[in-house]
Design a protein around this ligand. Structure first.
Ligand code: ASP
Length: 360
């Protein structure tokens, strides 16, 4: 009559289908943003680990003040790099700025406070490696560069070379506009006294330098090399190491710290490593690359690989020291065969670990 009729069963079913379809669409629509969130990539792991040298670091030789001072500076350094990474900065920047903190502190054997060579001068070594490009830079035997790690990064970025040495390294850094310092800036009483004592021992024992190298006291006098490995939110690993080497070193001796593959290595495919220890043994063991190779080729975890190289290969040769490292998932290794290694780690959640002695 009025153009309205009782719907047929078929029409009724169609209406029901339409209502059901609309309801489903509405539900999907409502859940849209949530579904998107659930599917979004979880935040990438990032992290940072540092060392401030390994060796005969014993509680009985450490005053509570010294213990506190080391822990504080380690915390400041690792937090510096962590803040850069948390804000989305690169692992290169995190490693550079973190190492600056330790190079600028007289507590470590790097930059200010580095150990002295036989002539009573500093000779600074540093290296850096970028795990994304397998690009690297290093300097050895520099005497005027305030922050050797920055010079290593500049060699990588702004020169056609990987390693520069001696006066040439200083000249390159000056041309790059990096801060230069007079000899006095680097010298500390502690290192002058250590040199005097080592040279007195050398004279008294009438030993050759090679024999004296294994003296316990001399071994003490190289502790304090600094290093850092960082993994950024983009998944890029970087590693750097900086040192003054060994007290009373002669003949422009160069250790492992500036040697890519020995003291420093980084590869996004496996891990980043920074080493510290008796350099001659670390060079012969190609420590940093060996650990990365065990991770890449043998599928070992970074802890297993670091353990095998430090407690197996290096120790068997008679060398001592340690490494810190991160793999490309942010797993950390802090391994040593010495009584202590100044070290600290911060993960993506900001969990902080600061340790000095091996048994902590
Ligand atoms: N590896 C450094 C060197 O031999 C010293 C150290 O790390 O203790 O020069």
């Amino acid at each position: 009559m009025l153009g309205w009729k009782i719907p047929t069963l078929e029409e009724n079913t169609n209406t029901m289908r339409l209502i059901l379809f609309s309801a489903v669409m509405l539900l999907i629509g409502c859940q849209g943003p949530m579904t998107k969130q659930q599917n979004s990539e979880p935040e990438k792991a990032f992290g940072i680990v540092i060392h401030g040298g390994a060796g005969t670091i014993l509680r009985k030789n450490m005053t509570p003040e010294m213990d506190k001072a080391y822990r504080e500076i380690l915390q400041t350094a690792v937090a510096t790099g962590h803040a850069i990474l948390a804000a989305g900065g690169t692992s290169t920047e995190a490693v550079e700025k973190t190492i600056h903190v330790m190079e600028n502190s007289p507590l470590f054997n790097a930059g200010k406070g580095a150990v002295l060579n036989a002539e009573g001068e500093v000779e600074l070594d540093a290296s850096f490696m970028d795990g994304a490009q397998l690009d690297a830079g290093a300097i050895a035997g520099a005497r005027t560069i305030k922050n050797p790690i920055s010079a290593a990064i500049r060699v990588m970025n702004d020169s056609p070379h990987v390693m520069l040495s001696g006066a040439g390294a200083d000249q390159f850094a000056a041309q790059q506009g990096l801060a230069q310092e007079e000899a006095d800036y680097f010298l500390t009483e502690r290192r002058k006294k250590a040199l005097e004592r080592v040279q007195a021992e050398e004279a008294a024992a009438n030993q050759t330098s090679a024999a004296l190298l294994s003296s316990a006291f001399l071994q003490q006098q190289r502790i304090g090399t600094v290093g850092c490995v960082a993994l950024d939110k983009m998944g890029n690993l970087a590693a750097g190491t900086s040192t003054g080497g060994m007290t009373n070193k002669k003949w422009n001796r160069i250790g492992d710290a500036p040697i890519i593959g020995a003291g420093t290595y980084a590869n996004n495919a496996s891990c980043g490593i920074s080493a510290t220890g008796w350099g001659e043994y670390f060079i012969r063991s190609v420590v940093a690359h060996d650990i990365a190779a065990l991770v890449a080729y043998k599928g070992l975890s970074i802890q297993e690989a670091a353990h095998e190289v430090i407690h197996g290969k290096v120790a068997k040769l008679g060398g001592d020291g340690g490494v810190v490292g991160l793999d490309n998932q942010g797993n950390v290794a802090m391994e040593m065969n010495t009584p202590g290694m100044y070290r600290a780690h911060m993960d993506a959640q900001g969990k902080l670990t600061v340790k000095i002695y091996r048994d902590e």
